[in-house]
Design a protein. Structure first.
Length: 213
């Protein structure tokens, strides 16, 4: 099953988890850096998201790891120039709630709600997160690969999705638009010029902007 390629890739985070358990949080702790005109960002955001997905999908029961990662994520939410909520905070919130029966972590959840404007408007500690990896369909897995920056696995999944869609005569503009976005992220823009994809891009202004033409 092709989706297992992504689950196996996420499973590689075991080494990061073991390092964290041994006291080395260098790969997942908040590390601020200035991203030029884009302002303040965090070097380890994606690394934390990868580890959060590992804890979620592999059913790792580790209160200390979850709480520590949550606090590191809060530093990013509070300082990032783009503010935002992000998948990492949502996953870690879901995991942290399992250990909050006695309201032990209410102060962290409240801090998350007040971390920035976006969190104040849209963060809800009661939002559920799906723990069953296999409930992600192929497109879900492709989107997750993109968010985790797993381009190697994403390329394989995109190729499988293209085969499932069928030949160019069966492609609609919505699917072509999605495909162009995938190709662009993967650095495979030349594939947007293949029959059935490039034609659609030239005919639709929205697709032209996606393909860079």
């Amino acid at each position: 099953m092709i989706r297992n390629k992504l689950r196996e890739k996420i499973g590689e985070q075991q080494s990061v988890y073991e390092a964290l358990k041994s006291g080395d949080d260098s790969q997942v702790c908040y590390q601020e850096f200035q991203k030029g005109e884009w302002g303040t960002d965090d070097i380890n955001y994606t690394n934390r998201l990868r580890l959060a997905c590992y804890l979620l999908y592999y059913g790792i029961d580790d209160e200390r790891a979850v709480a520590d990662l949550f606090e590191e994520e809060l530093k990013d939410r509070e300082n990032n120039s783009f503010q935002g909520i992000g998948s990492t905070l949502c996953i870690l919130t879901w995991l942290l709630r399992k250990y909050n029966a006695a309201h032990k972590y209410d102060h962290l959840l409240e801090r998350a709600k007040n971390a920035n404007f976006d969190c104040a408007c849209g963060y809800d500690a009661e939002d559920a997160v799906e723990e069953d990896f296999w409930k992600n369909d192929l497109l879900d897995c492709i989107d997750l690969c993109q968010e985790l920056d797993y381009k190697d696995v994403m390329g394989l999944l995109v190729d499988t999705w293209k085969k499932e869609i069928g030949d160019s005569s069966g492609w609609n503009l919505s699917n072509r638009s999605i495909l162009i976005g995938f190709h662009t992220f993967l650095g495979r823009e030349m594939e947007n010029e293949k029959p059935g994809v490039g034609v659609a891009a030239r005919q639709c202004p929205k697709l032209q902007s996606l393909s860079g033409n």
